[in-house]
Design a protein around this ligand. Sequence first.
Ligand code: PAF
Length: 282
Amino acid sequence: MEIAATIEQVRAQVRAWRQKGLTVGLVPTMGYLHEGHASLIRQSVAQCDRTVVSVFVNPTQFGPNEDLEAYPRDFDHDSNLCQSLGADLVFHPEASEMYAPDAATYVEILSDMPKQLCGKTRPIHFRGVCTVVSKLFNIVLPDKAFFGQKDAQQLAIIRRMVRDMSYGIEIVSCPIVREADGLAKSSRNTYLSPAERQAALVLSKTIFMGQDMVQNGETDVHKLTQAMRDAISREPLARIDYVEAVNAVTMEPVAQIHGAVLVAMAVYIGKTRLIDNFLVEA
Ligand code: PAF
C-alpha cells in the first residue's frame, strides 16, 4: 500500500491504474478510523479494483468555535488499518497541499438543503464538505465513492452535488455501524467521559424507539419527534440540538411520515455533539 502526501503522487498512481483498465474506489475520511470507516473501505475493496482512502482533517468544514484543533488524529493506526483491509493508496495531504494560501473558490449548494438540520448550527459546514469532496473527486477521478448513512445530510448533499455538477461518479451509501450497546460509531465518541459515554446511549435508544413507533403505524411527525425529544430530555447530560423528520432527498421538513423520510437528531452530551438517524424507506 502506498502513502501519498501530494496530489501529483495520487494522480500518477491513478493514471497508471487507469492505463491497465482498473476501476478505482474512493473512501474520503478525516482519519481516526473506526469500524464505520472500515465498512466503507471493505465495500470499496469488494466493488473496485483499486481503493484510495483519503485521510484529511478538512479545515474548511469547521466553524470558528468548532473542534478543528482538538479533532482526534492517529495516522499510524489509520494507515495500518487501511493496509489490513486491502486499500491500495492512502492520500494524507497537509492542509497547504489542498488549499493555496489565497484559495477563494468554494463548491456550495445554494438551496435550503445545507441550511436544514446540522446546517442550522453549522452554517459553513456543508460548503466545506462539498469543496473538499469535489477536490478529492478531481484529484482521484474515482468510479465510485463511499459514504456512511450516519452522516445522512452529508450523503444527500453529495448526491445532489454529483448530480448538479455532472460528476460521473457512483455514490455508494453504507449502513450505520454501531457499538454492541447501540451507540453509532463516531470519531467524536472518544471525547466522552465514562459517564457521558453511558449517557450517549440516549441517542440510539431514542432512534430505536422512534423506529418502533413508525413500524407500529405512527405517521404524525409532531407526535413522533415530540416523543423522541421527551425521551432525550430525561437524560440529564443530554442537550438537544435538533430532532427532525425531513424528506430524505431534499432535506425539507415533513409533517407526515410518507415516502422516503429521514428522522435525524443532533444531541450534545456534555460538550460533544453527536448525531444519529433512521431512514423510513418509501
Ligand atoms: O464525513 C467525513 O468524514 C468528512 O465530512 C469528509 C466526507 C471526509 C469530508 O471531509
